[in-house]
Design a protein around this ligand. Structure first.
Ligand SMILES: [Zn+2]
Length: 216
């Protein structure tokens, strides 16, 4: 998900897996008493090109990760986080960097203290009947934003980098971001939640924007 001007974090993502995410290996300084890696270190990690609509790989269903994928996940997650922070964005799903894997990263408050989350095989196990509308953007549709209505609160089950089962519950920006990124794992984009008219307007504008950027 693209950064929005909002810095709301009504339900903060908290997890003990932060430490494992930030264990980037030897030679990487760990910052602060809580082991948060300072942002400059994060951005020194290799970033990956982000696929843009209409790349067909964004429309594929990603496969669940298994025990044999541990090394691949630990290698990919830091690069995905670095790519997300560099964009800048607040969420990124593996299909957006061309990996058809059920893996997402997010940090809904990257401008303050980094609180990166890595979710392996995330699935929504509960959602509120109440719905909420927020403006969303997407790193795969740069510069495009629209109001999207989704369940106001969700509970998500996932595996952390150690393979332990965890749950996270959120509302507000966190809820929207979780749903947006999990959608990517099923080839769904935020524009799919809009009317056909609105979706086509955005897709046409994106194509036009990208074309004019190529000419520059
Ligand atoms: Zn997105």
């Amino acid at each position: 998900m693209a950064s929005s001007s909002e810095s709301e974090a009504s339900c903060r993502a908290r997890s003990a897996l932060l430490d494992s995410i930030l264990d980037f290996g030897p030679g990487v300084a760990r910052g602060g008493a809580q082991g948060y890696i300072p942002r400059p270190t994060m951005t020194e990690t290799e970033t990956l090109p982000i696929l843009l609509v209409p790349d067909k790989r964004l429309r594929l269903k990603a496969r669940p990760l298994g025990a044999a994928d541990g090394d691949a996940i630990r290698a990919l997650a830091p690069k995905m986080l670095a790519t997300m922070y560099a964009a800048p964005g607040i969420g990124l799903a593996a299909p957006q960097i061309g990996e058809g894997l059920r893996l997402i990263v997010l940090d809904i408050q990257p401008k303050e203290k980094p609180e990166p989350l890595v979710l392996v095989n995330p699935e929504i196990i509960a959602e509120s009947a109440e719905r909420a509308t927020r403006e969303e953007g997407c790193l795969s549709l740069p510069g495009q934003y629209a109001d999207v209505t989704r369940p106001a609160r969700v509970k998500v089950r996932y595996l952390d980098l150690t393979g332990a089962k965890r749950e996270i519950e959120g509302d507000g920006l966190l809820s929207a971001c979780l749903q947006h990124e999990i959608d990517h794992l099923d080839g769904v984009l935020f524009v799919d939640h809009l009317s056909t008219l609105k979706r086509n307007m955005i897709l046409r504008k994106l194509a036009k924007d990208l074309k004019s950027q190529q000419r520059e």
